[in-house]
Ligand binder design. Structure first.
Ligand SMILES: Cc1cc2nc3c(=O)[nH]c(=O)nc-3n(C[C@H](O)[C@H](O)[C@H](O)COP(=O)(O)OP(=O)(O)OC[C@H]3O[C@@H](n4cnc5c(N)ncnc54)[C@H](O)[C@@H]3O)c2cc1C
Length: 426
């Protein structure tokens, strides 16, 4: 494969292709990084990668790079870092055209200067717009933002064979035909590389406050969070539980100051002793995932285990009916998980330490069965590459696999974009 990498560099130039010491990634040693500076270069890169049959992993900020199964093959990392910038931000219309490699914090900063906010979330300073869209990931503010697709007006993407496909633009309802922009979201870089997107922004709230407080027990905390989620200013209504301390309620309230203050008073009556915490969203990530959510962010290293050689925890996301959150929470806590539950949306993020692979497989199977019974699903968000390779990590329904394979064949005919990421053969 060394020859293929040399050819790639010869065709695209050393400016775009860096050959380096092997980097451990998803169980492979990757010795080449491609960093296209613009959309045309990205298209050229994908044409060459496809022609040479080099399997490629797209890397934004690297915070969710172990989402899905490890690819079947991996030769090259394609970083979007140079595909960055905000060519247009129209404050009056509340829309921005932004390149995929732009860090979300940068877009948020530009929007804030115009009195606007970005309803996409990134847990790491390096998290990118493209990564957030390709992961389709949602954070603790899901309650108030909904999924990322709600805010995406259009996407320009480059398919696995180098074809540039534009879909949608700055105005709502600008899509004719199939809304391909939705297809890329959650596709984990397996169909196309997102080059840029039109994102809808919204007005900054007049007041935003973060609060946290200790609850007496998990059931009480879940009930309170469910009530809180119905308050008009609730953006985050989460319960963190597991570990040694008592369960904790995390809240973010935002909106008109009078509404926020009224909700704050209501919450303080329900749970005296709340403390302000402006970093409550970040805390949500840490509580569920432990320190270092993106260990190796930007390099895509495997998540590290605890000091002393303990394996890294399995990170699970369950989504169940809001009325059934308690069932999955109890099952997770019984297995010693640390978790963050959002009774208002039914999302539960958990970190679970399991001593060895067979036990991990059994735990995922059992928890998934429970999640299905509770009207939802459960996926393994990260864990050792070997385990993720041998499991149906995302829980894709078997009846749609053939259809998905046909889509993959059309969008990435040479199967160079993270082959096998979504499910075996995809
Ligand atoms: C507190 C908090 C908690 C969150 N929890 C979760 C969570 O549990 N699960 C979750 O999914 N999200 C979660 N999110 C959302 C998460 O922030 C986004 O998924 C994240 O921003 C990804 O950005 P990244 O640049 O680090 O992506 P990366 O890790 O670089 O990439 C993510 C995936 O997208 C692909 N990709 C990256 N860039 C592109 C591109 N331009 N084109 C095509 N494919 C690309 C990668 O190959 C990879 O499969 C959370 C956010 C917050 C704030």
């Amino acid at each position: 494969m060394g020859d293929g990498l040399e050819q790639l560099r010869a065709r695209l130039g050393p400016e775009m292709v860096r050959l380096h010491a092997p980097l451990a990634l998803e169980g492979f040693e990757v010795a080449a990084t491609v960093e296209p500076p613009d959309e045309a270069a990205l298209a050229a890169a994908l044409r060459e990668l496809a022609g040479l049959g080099l399997a490629t992993l797209v890397l934004g900020g690297g915070s969710r790079v172990t989402l899905g199964r490890p690819p079947e093959r991996l030769d090259v990392v394609l970083r979007t870092a140079r595909l960055a910038g905000i060519p247009e931000l129209d404050a009056e219309e509340g829309v921005a055209r932004v390149r995929a490699g732009t860090p979300l914090v940068e877009l948020a900063g530009a929007a804030r200067r115009e009195g606007l906010e970005v309803p996409l979330e990134g847990p790491e300073p390096g998290s990118t717009v493209g990564g957030a869209l390709a992961a389709g990931g949602t954070g603790p503010r899901l309650l108030s933002t909904g999924p990322p697709r709600r805010w995406v007006l259009g996407i320009t993407a480059v398919l696995g064979d180098g074809l540039v496909a534009r879909c949608g633009a700055r105005v709502v309802k600008n899509v004719t035909g199939y809304d391909l922009a939705r297809l890329y979201q959650g596709s984990l870089g397996t169909l196309a590389v997102v080059a840029e997107a039109w994102i809808r922004l919204r007005a900054l709230p007049e007041l935003r406050i973060g609060l946290r407080g200790l609850a007496r027990d998990v059931e009480g905390a879940l009930s309170l969070a469910a009530l809180l989620a119905r308050r008009p200013s609730a953006r985050v209504a989460a319960v963190c539980a597991g570990g040694s301390g008592p369960p904790e309620l995390l809240a973010e309230l935002a909106g008109d100051a009078v509404v926020v203050e009224a909700d704050r008073r209501w919450l303080e009556e329900q749970l005296p002793g709340l403390a302000p915490d402006p970093e409550v969203v970040q805390a949500c990530w840490l509580e569920a995932h432990g320190p270092g959510p993106g260990e190796g962010a930007g390099t895509g290293r495997e998540p590290a285990g605890a000091p002393g050689g303990e394996p890294a925890p399995l990170r699970l996301r369950g989504v169940v009916r809001t009325s059934r959150v308690g069932e999955l929470v109890r099952a997770l806590l019984a297995r010693g998980a640390r978790l963050r539950a959002h009774p208002g949306t039914g999302v539960i993020d958990a970190a679970l330490r399991v001593p060895e692979e067979a036990a991990a497989r059994a735990a995922v199977g059992e928890l998934r069965r429970l999640a299905r019974q509770a009207g939802g699903s459960l996926r393994l968000e990260s864990g050792p590459a070997d385990l993720r390779r041998s499991l149906d990590v995302l829980g894709v329904p078997a009846e749609v696999l053939d259809l998905m394979r046909a889509v993959k064949r059309r969008f990435d005919p040479h199967r160079v974009l993270a082959p096998g990421r979504i499910a075996e053969g995809l």
